[in-house]
Design a protein around this ligand. Structure first.
Ligand code: F6R
Length: 611
């Protein structure tokens, strides 16, 4: 949450910061600001999006070759001009941008207020920068030293960049628990929450670790840890290009990412799966594959859509590997006293690799001696770095706030892990193993075929765009898909939606059904087909409107349902990869028709780096 970007070099900082903030807007978009240096610190900030800031600043580009910028997702203090970052220290000598939360800011604020410091915002960030200023004054020390002392006293999470009115040639950046990457160009440096603002200038990057501080000057970059020990920066090459983070002709990132799925799934399998040869290689989890084979229990930790992918994985692991699986919300797991024993396997699923709850849950599991594995999209992210091993999704950057292609890539990776383990354990027959490998390989083509129904789904969306509630029902492997369909709809269209296992309906939700209730039933031809037909009839008997996702060629359900969307036949274990796609499109079109901001839904941010 919150995006930060900073620049120091020979070029004008303002356009670079604005460009970077637009790329980071998915992380938060309730207010925006930049600080520049032109003889003194100049701060421009506004409630609203980056374009609101641009309109506020006007046509004339403020001059400065150093600057910091921020796009906010409010935690402390409502979205407003005065709570927007950058914040200045009390003496106006220092400016800061911050992503994260300073938990003990209340106590620090009280001490500083007692000393006469005045605050102009409700934020923890303003307290932090005045705290640094106070330490600098009290100890008569350098800014670098003051930052180090302050950070050793604060509790919480941060990625910060600081600039000083007294030194237009230096930026100080530090992180703990919030992501930060430094781009190293020719005579210029960039700092950002992720690589997207940096990619067009340089591919050489340094991922700052927790408790590290970077001191960036015009000719040099040095990194120290919080104990003032100098570290050797490790420069890595970015594996990403500009086209991947642009809309490529689509109106929205979400639509682009939905349509990208045939390619992102193929990328995810590339070099790993060759069905003809019967090869399935997952280099990322080779060291612990034996531990997986012998594991007595697996715990999956995730949030939101990634948690839904975890539920599908539970069904897969149990069905094919005969290993019991628990799927935990990271936010609950971390605050319980979960039973984790030495050597237990814990798998974290995360698109961003930065979700604070997932990260904290993993740290807890690690401290109890678990082997922790990651299924992560963002390369170099915090979760990918603390896990013992893992498999990347290789789905490319996902920018739309509503997760789409990451979900199907997560299912693809998890299926490959399951099949690999099941084959090693001998809990799957050779025939079925090979059948599923071929099925998996054919998924991109099947999704292409589903995408051809886009116009029909748009038509159905138009009929239901004004509905106040939606129910999503599924059974077996399609139950997590019902949850995911409901989440997609509510998060971007603000229509209340609930996902349920279809048979649970009669234990409560059936009371909601009347002639105004659209019920999306994922009713593909699988082992629970007869049962789901009964559930459809239960809905129809109460005058509910059924929109059914069915397998091509189904002749029964079209006679009962009000609308049907066909998907190609597929093995039931892999059906979620296909059946989720029409639900993604349905929520996209409904949200668009309701005038919602599809890529940046209200109150949300792509990367939830606060708990
Ligand atoms: C929903 C969505 C969120 C994320 C959740 C976890 O569309 O995107 O529910 O799935 O915030 O995020 P990651 O996967 O980055 O850990």
């Amino acid at each position: 949450m919150c995006g930060i970007v900073a620049y120091l070099g020979d070029h004008q900082a303002y356009p670079i910061l604005i460009n970077g903030l637009k790329r980071l807007e998915y992380r938060g978009y309730d207010s925006t600001g930049v600080a520049l240096h032109n003889g003194s610190l100049n701060i421009y900030k506004k409630k609203g999006k980056v374009t609101d800031l641009e309109n506020f600043v006007g046509e004339i580009i403020p001059q400065s070759t150093i600057g910091i910028g921020h796009t906010r997702w409010a935690t402390h203090g409502e979205p407003s001009d005065r709570n927007s970052h950058p914040h200045c220290s009390s003496g106006k000598k220092l400016a800061i941008i911050h992503n994260g939360i300073i938990e003990n800011y209340g106590a620090i604020k009280k001490d500083l207020s007692d000393k006469g410091y005045k605050f102009h915002s409700d934020t923890d960030t303003e307290v932090l920068i005045s705290f640094i200023e106070d330490i600098k004054k009290e100890n008569d020390c350098s800014l670098e030293e003051a930052v180090r002392i302050a950070l050793s006293k604060v509790v919480g999470a941060y990625a910060i960049v600081i600039m000083s009115a007294d030194n237009p040639d230096m930026l100080i950046a530090a992180r703990k628990g919030s992501p930060m990457v430094i781009g190293v160009g020719k005579g210029e440096y960039f700092v950002a929450s992720d690589a997207t603002p940096i990619i067009e200038y340089t591919k050489d990057v340094i991922y700052l670790n927790d408790d590290e501080i970077a001191i960036i000057t015009r000719n040099d970059l040095s990194i120290k840890n919080i104990d003032d020990v100098a570290l050797t920066p490790y420069i890595q090459q970015l594996d990403m290009d500009l086209a991947q983070i642009e809309k490529g002709g689509y109106d929205h990132f979400m639509l682009k990412e939905i349509f990208e799925q045939p390619n992102s799934i193929a990328d995810c399998m590339r070099g790993r799966l060759d069905a003809k040869k019967g090869n399935l290689v997952l280099g990322g989890i080779s060291k612990y594959s034996e531990a997986l084979v012998n594991s007595k229990r697996i715990v999956i930790i995730a949030c939101g859509t990634s948690w839904h992918a975890g539920l599908v994985a539970e069904y897969l692991f149990e069905e094919y590997c005969r290993i019991p699986v628990e799927v935990e919300y990271a936010s609950e797991f971390r605050y319980r006293n979960p039973v984790i024993n030495e050597g237990d396997i814990v798998i974290a699923i995360s698109q961003s690799g930065e979700t604070a709850d997932t990260m904290a849950a993993l740290e807890l599991a690690k401290s109890k001696g678990a082997i922790i594995l990651g299924v992560v999209n963002a390369v170099g992210s915090s979760i990918s770095r603390i896990t013992d091993e893992g498999a990347y999704l290789h789905a490319g950057p996902e920018i739309g706030v509503a997760s789409t292609k990451a979900f199907t890539a997560q299912l693809t990776v998890l299926t490959m892990i399951v099949l690999r383990i099941a084959d090693r354990k001998g809990t799957i027959t050779k025939e079925l193993y090979h059948e599923l490998l071929s099925e998996l390989e054919s998924i991109p083509e099947k999704i292409k075929s589903v995408l051809k129904s886009n116009a029909k789904i748009e038509y159905i969306s138009d009929l239901f765009k004004d509905a106040r509630n939606f129910l999503y029902l599924g059974r077996g492997f399609n139950f997590p898909v019902a949850l995911e369909g409901a989440l997609k709809l509510k998060e971007i269209s603000y229509i209340h939606a609930e996902g349920y296992p279809a048979a649970e309906m009669k234990h409560g939700p059936i009371a909601l059904i009347d002639e105004n209730m659209p019920v999306v039933v994922i009713a593909t031809s699988d082992s629970s087909y007869d049962k789901i037909i009964s559930n459809i009839q239960e809905v129809k008997a109460r005058k509910g409107i059924v929109i059914a996702v069915v397998t091509e060629g189904d002749v029964l359900i079209p006679k009962m349902a009000d609308f049907v969307i066909e998907v190609p036949a597929c093995h039931e274990a892999l059906m979620p990869l296909v059946s989720v796609v029409p639900l993604q499109l349905l929520s996209y079109h409904i949200a668009l028709m309701r005038g919602c901001n599809v890529d940046q839904p209200r109150n949300l941010a792509k990367s939830v780096t606060v708990e």
